[in-house]
Design a protein around this ligand. Structure first.
Ligand SMILES: Nc1ncnc2c1ncn2[C@@H]1O[C@H](COP(=O)(O)OP(=O)(O)OP(=O)(O)O)[C@@H](O)[C@H]1O
Length: 352
């Protein structure tokens, strides 16, 4: 039995099926990231786990206790679940100490000690204790929201895009703090995010949603390298998709003969490579059989730049769109340069 179990959870809003038979397992103390296009059902899933919404069908169990059985549900305040949303949703008229202590018993003798401990846990300075939310930065507000959610010692933390309003550096710092805090307290978490890199970096399990269904669930590395279909591949990161032919464990395509992994009958297939599997070298240094491509565009991106190349000999499998790949900016080629391309590792294979 897993810590959190969703079985065949379905939720309809009129003609829209927001969740369609979702099964999900979350292990104790683990971190799950839920990703998917807008409208795929992520928020509905979180609202059902939190108890703000009742499913039409299906069951949710936490630590073996039934939270929902179809429309019959345990109310949110009776669930050992904390929630941090995108805007923190702090009480504007309460100061930091009162916001954090909101869920604690007013008469508890150790209330102040607990508030101070929570403030330390989220790495906020004690001088902030009597500030109101509008006197805090966005990052500080999210730390208070996190401390407030931790106050009631939840067993599961729901993080609904809690970092999305913050700028990149702050976002990464807070994400790391949250991950360490949850691990040290042994609290399981589910994070909803639109940032694929954040999902892959934060979680030990990533769940990809599309049209109300969970299309694939697994370890970040597994999902990134072995996505179940091209749409999932493209959703989780940059992907190079090419037509090809499968022949005895190898795929023949415009980039040559490449080791193949995945399902596909011999014959026409589609191949997926991650751009970092493509290595470039000046064409003059490559052998006569090298696959050559001309640089048609460059986008500077700090340490790495993205280049777009057009193959000079597209091959027999059909036309090939321009390929985008990243190179260190210090060694970036110029537009018009001809490069030799080499593939590292195996291509993922899908039916054509
Ligand atoms: N209260 C509601 N009433 C009617 N339809 C709803 C309601 N809540 C959600 N929906 C619909 O259910 C579907 C799933 O919505 P949901 O908010 O769960 O998606 P999401 O993946 O969280 O999207 P986003 O990434 O844009 O936040 C959408 O088609 C949405 O319009």
């Amino acid at each position: 039995m897993s810590f959190l179990e969703l079985d065949s959870v379905t939720k309809r809003f009129g003609a829209v099926t927001a969740l369609d038979g979702v099964d999900l397992r979350v292990e104790p103390g683990s971190r799950t990231a839920v990703v998917g296009p807008s409208g795929s059902g992520k928020s509905t899933l979180m609202r059902i786990v939190a108890g703000f919404e009742a499913p039409d069908e299906g069951r949710v169990r936490l630590g073996g206790a039934l939270l929902c059985d179809g429309p019959a549900i345990v109310p949110p305040h009776r669930r050992p679940i904390g929630l941090v949303s995108q805007d923190g949703a702090l009480f504007p008229h309460l100061d930091v100490a009162e916001n954090i202590g909101f869920g604690l018993d007013r008469r508890a003798p150790d209330r102040r000690t607990r508030v101070l401990a929570l403030l330390d846990m989220v790495e906020l300075d004690r001088s902030m204790l009597h500030r109101r939310p509008h006197e805090l930065s966005g990052g500080q507000q999210q730390r208070v929201a996190l401390a407030r959610a931790l106050a009631r010692r939840p067993k599961l933390m729901l993080l609904d895009e809690p970092f999305s309003a913050l700028d990149t550096g702050l976002r990464e710092a807070l994400r790391r703090t949250v991950a360490e805090l949850l691990a040290s307290e042994g609290i399981a978490a589910i994070l909803v995010t639109h940032d694929q890199a954040e999902a892959l970096g934060f979680a030990d399990q990533v769940a990809v949603m599309r049209d109300g269904r969970l299309v694939q669930t697994g370890a970040p590395r597994q999902l990134y390298l072995q996505p179940r279909d091209p749409a999932t591949a493209a959703f989780l990161g940059d992907a190079v998709l090419l037509p090809g032919r499968l022949d005895g464990g190898f795929a023949l395509c415009a980039l040559g003969r490449i080791a193949a992994e995945g399902e596909g009958a011999p014959g026409a297939v589609r191949l997926m490579l991650r751009p970092e599997q493509l290595r470039v070298a000046p064409a003059a240094e490559a052998g006569p059989d090298a696959v050559r491509a001309r640089v048609v565009a460059i986008e500077f991106g700090g340490p790495a730049s993205e280049i777009r190349v057009a193959l000079l000999e597209p091959g027999a499998a059909g036309p090939v769109p321009d390929i985008r790949l990243k190179v260190p900016s210090a060694a970036a080629p110029a537009i018009g340069d001809v490069l030799a391309l080499r593939v590292e590792g195996a291509a993922r294979i899908y039916p054509a």
